[in-house]
Ligand binder design. Structure first.
Ligand code: PLP
Length: 431
């Protein structure tokens, strides 16, 4: 971890009006003084993102939020109340989805390794089930008369269109672990036959990957699956495949507050490449996670101490692998903007000095920013880590028995520039 400096050379030390106001309000509420680290989720921003998502796609698109991106019950309840669906990829997530009040017709089960119990629960609920492989298909088929359920059930397809720039989040490579490989010898014919032989199979699913997958690659994967649906419907001579689930994976930019790309950019590209999705011929499901929640939250951590080591400035903070696991283990992909703040939560000024921002975990690699150019941090200062709403503090890593930090829901109050905070609890997903 002694590599090059993070690629955040043109750091913008200013903050948006909203973030600056939220920090001032958090200081006034005593949050900064009270907590070594805490996160704020801006629910107004979250609602605006949902509105942009809705506006970008036609009404026959159902947006099922990928619960793994942020599992806080308050977030899920808000998204459910806004009419979104929920995509669960494990029994605990399914439990959270049920408790958050997502309508059963808006829930999707994508667990990569479904147990018999999980399948039984999903069938009882009547939710969308995306089957991972032919053995799982047999497991589901063995469960009685599935025609009666009316549920939307189909296979997850790996279109094998290739990887993006991040191997660990590319799910459509030749040898990825998800779904049925469309280009592997014999699979296409076997899928078509299986659909034609089973009346209750009526859906298809694809998720090409997250972060690092160009939109064109994602559209290519979706296009391959729509072509398969068209082939099956042609052979069946009816609208057998009614539902196409195109997955999530819209990337998020970590270099500014702007949403790039926007949902509308992806919608335009899909409309050009896969117009069948926009005619109403299919019910379409999306499964965006990161793009819905990432930019609605930030994390503030205290600089407890500072030191130098071998000429390197190091700030010892409470932002580390426990609340930012991905950043620590794969910094080249997940590094975030960090703003240096004083103890009152105001932006620090000063000449940028290269410094490491280290966390409290007891292992050497626990560093969330490497040789980052920031005004020199001092004892008692704060670091603000941007865009932590997805796959960050909500996916807590239980190392050193460090418990999850407090999280506050923040909403603008009616009276102008003021903010209200309410502490929200972490998911208790034990079933
Ligand atoms: C992780 C995942 C998603 C969400 O991905 P994002 O990059 O957060 O949008 C959607 N669908 C499936 C099947 C996934 O595994």
């Amino acid at each position: 971890m002694t590599g090059p400096a993070d690629d955040f050379a043109n750091v913008d030390f200013s903050l948006s009006v909203a973030k600056a106001g939220q920090l001032r309000a958090a200081a006034k509420e005593g949050l900064i003084e009270r907590h070594p680290a805490f996160s704020i989720i801006d629910f107004d921003a979250l609602e605006k993102t949902v509105a942009r998502l809705r506006d970008a796609f036609p009404a026959h698109f159902l947006h099922a939020f990928a619960i793994k991106a942020n599992q806080y019950p308050a977030v899920l309840e808000t998204l459910a109340s806004l009419g979104l669906g929920g995509e669960a990829a494990a029994p605990g997530e399914l439990e959270l989805a049920v408790r958050a009040g997502f309508d059963a017709t808006r829930m999707v089960l994508d667990s990569p390794v479904k147990t018999a119990d999980e399948i039984a629960r999903a069938l009882r609920l009547g939710i969308v089930i995306n089957i991972d492989n032919f053995q799982e298909f047999e497991q589901i088929r063995g469960r009685g008369d599935l025609r009666q359920t009316g549920a939307r059930i189909g296979f997850r397809i790996n279109p094998q269109v290739g990887a993006g720039t991040v191997g660990l989040s590319s799910t459509a490579t030749l040898t990825s672990k998800f779904g049925v490989g469309l280009r592997d010898p014999g699979n296409r014919a076997r899928l078509v036959d299986t659909y034609l032989e089973h009346e209750w199979l009526n859906a298809l699913h694809v998720h090409v990957g997250s972060v690092g997958c160009p939109l064109e690659l994602m559209a290519q994967g979706v296009s391959a699956v729509v072509a398969l649906a068209t082939e099956i419907n042609g052979r069946a001579d009816c609208r057998k495949i009614r539902t196409i689930d195109i997955g999530g994976g819209l990337p998020v930019s970590f270099v500014s507050d702007a949403d790039t790309p926007e949902f509308a950019d992806y919608a335009r590209l899909l409309e050009a490449r896969v117009p069948e999705l926009f005619t109403g011929e299919f019910d379409v499901i999306t499964e965006f996670g990161r793009a819905i929640v990432a930019k609605s939250a930030f994390t503030v951590a205290r600089v407890e101490y500072t030191k130098t080591m071998g000429g390197r400035h190091i700030a010892l903070t409470h932002a580390g692998a426990h609340n930012m696991m991905r950043i620590v283990f794969q910094p080249a992909v997940w590094a975030r903007r960090v703003t240096a703040l004083n103890a009152k939560g105001e932006v620090k000024s000063g000449t940028p000095v290269e410094q490491d921002i280290a966390g409290p975990c007891c292992f050497a690699g626990d560093v969330i920013a490497h040789r980052r150019g920031l005004p020199l941090l001092e004892r008692g200062d704060l670091v603000m880590v941007h865009d932590t709403g997805a796959y960050c503090f909500s996916n807590h890593f239980y190392y050193n028995a460090l418990s999850p930090d407090p999280v506050y829901a923040c909403r603008r109050s009616d009276a102008g520039d003021r903010y209200r905070f309410s502490r929200i609890s972490a998911a208790d997903f034990r079933t």
